[in-house]
Design a protein around this ligand. Structure first.
Ligand code: HEC
Ligand code: HEC
Length: 340
């Protein structure tokens, strides 16, 4: 006989028992995944979950007004000489805040020397650019506007263009209320840096695993994590963003770039590059400073050979690639701004 809706709504004893059994089951499952050990605790201990925000410098507080202005400027093409290139052209939110081409294409279709790194989690890096020529996001921000192969614009002109719009007068004044003449290069840099500090990707499956949800990653991904730690990848790819922001010598296939040497002039820095973040690495192909490495598997093999003198079996490579895919986090919320 069909039960009528009244029976279901009011319930009866068997339903209550089933519901309590389900709750008990869920509680047990939570307890066992939170407190039981999967045999990998000593490897888990070598990693750190990604916090929701990076350290915020004392002289650039992260106010909503600064973030909103930085968000506008990040998408503003009129600070490029062609009027069509913005930061988001190369650091495209739909492409992991990068561009998925080997080397960036900027002003007048010129191809630069280097692969575009993602700006996701860039507030966690203590060196910016492949060669570390800027330390902070504030220092970094004005470089691309002036770079001939990127936006090819003089800063004075960029500032003058912004000054043509009432909305920028209003927004700069709100973001920098203590300044008399707030539309200036320093404030453009501060706003862009502030916005980028909000572009973080916590809560990846790996973060959930590190925080105690032992079922958040598979057995294969755990084997990859173990090998990543055992082989010493974690010596350089360490900390919350899986980079130590240090420089190491490596000549990746097809690259003649002198790297850090171009900044320091030290022989020891020839062909040295910054350790890149591995957060969201599944989204930010192709790889390496010249973008010549197409797949994550090849990148793992090159790292094994060049950095650690190791030849990995295809199973080991597959396990590590699987692990690296667990580092894709929740994409940050931001607005496509309405520009003047
Ligand atoms: C034409 C493409 C292009 C444009 C436009 C561009 N970038 Fe970049 N960006 C790159 C490339 C390529 C690099 C790496 C350059 C290097 O290391 O020498 C980079 C590096 C960076 C980095 C350092 C990240 C790291 O991991 O070291 C940040 C941050 C950044 N850009 C932010 C910005 C901002 C902010 C703007 C707009 C003002 C901008 N970019 C405009 C291509 C671009
Ligand atoms: C000695 C420090 C060091 C060690 C050890 C190391 N790496 Fe790297 N890793 C780097 C540097 C530096 C680069 C950038 C190389 C370049 O493009 O010039 C890099 C690049 C990468 C990339 C490409 C990232 C991108 O965005 O282009 C991946 C993936 C990677 N490493 C994974 C690994 C794995 C897996 C291991 C262990 C097998 C490992 N690394 C060991 C320093 C290191």
């Amino acid at each position: 006989m069909l039960r009528n809706s009244h029976d279901i709504r009011t319930g009866n004893r068997p339903h209550v028992l089933v519901v309590s059994a389900l709750c008990l089951g869920a509680a047990l499952a939570f307890w066992s995944s939170a407190y039981a050990d999967d045999g990998y605790a000593e490897y888990r201990d070598q990693f750190e979950p990604l916090p929701a925000l990076p350290p915020i410098p004392a002289d650039n507080s992260l106010t909503p007004e600064r973030v909103e202005l930085g968000n506008m400027l990040f998408f503003e093409p009129r600070i490029s000489s062609s009027g069509v290139i913005s930061c988001a052209t190369c650091h495209n939110p739909a492409l992991g805040w990068s561009d998925r081409i080997p080397r960036a294409v900027g002003h007048d279709g010129q191809v630069g020397e280097r692969n575009t790194p993602t700006v996701l989690n860039s507030g966690f890096f203590t060196a910016q650019f492949w060669d570390g020529r800027a330390e902070t996001l504030e220092e970094q921000a004005l470089g691309p506007i002036e770079a001939e192969v990127e936006m090819a614009m003089s800063l004075e002109e960029a500032i003058a263009r912004l000054g043509e719009f009432d909305i920028y007068h209003k927004r700069f004044a709100e973001a920098f209320p203590e300044d008399e003449d707030p539309i200036n290069a320093d404030n453009v840099a501060m706003a862009l840096a502030g916005f980028q500090r909000t572009l973080n990707t916590p809560n990846s499956r790996f973060d959930r695993y590190l925080k105690g949800d032992l079922g958040a990653i598979s057995e294969q991904e755990k084997r990859g994590m173990k090998n990543f730690a055992d082989s010493g990848c974690v010596a350089c790819h360490s900390g919350p963003a899986l980079t130590d922001s240090q420089f190491y010598r490596i000549q990746v296939p097809g690259s003649e770039d002198l790297g850090r040497y171009l900044v320091t002039g030290e022989q020891a820095d020839r062909f040295a590059f910054k350790t890149p973040t591995l957060r969201n690495i599944g989204l930010t192909y192709p790889y390496m400073n010249n973008g010549a490495t197409e797949t994550l598997g090849e990148a793992v093999e090159i790292m094994g050979q060049e950095m650690l003198g190791r030849e990995y079996s295809s199973e080991e490579v597959a396990d590590m690639v699987a692990f690296l895919h667990t580092l894709t986090g929740e994409m940050p919320s931001f607005e496509i701004p309405a520009l003047p």
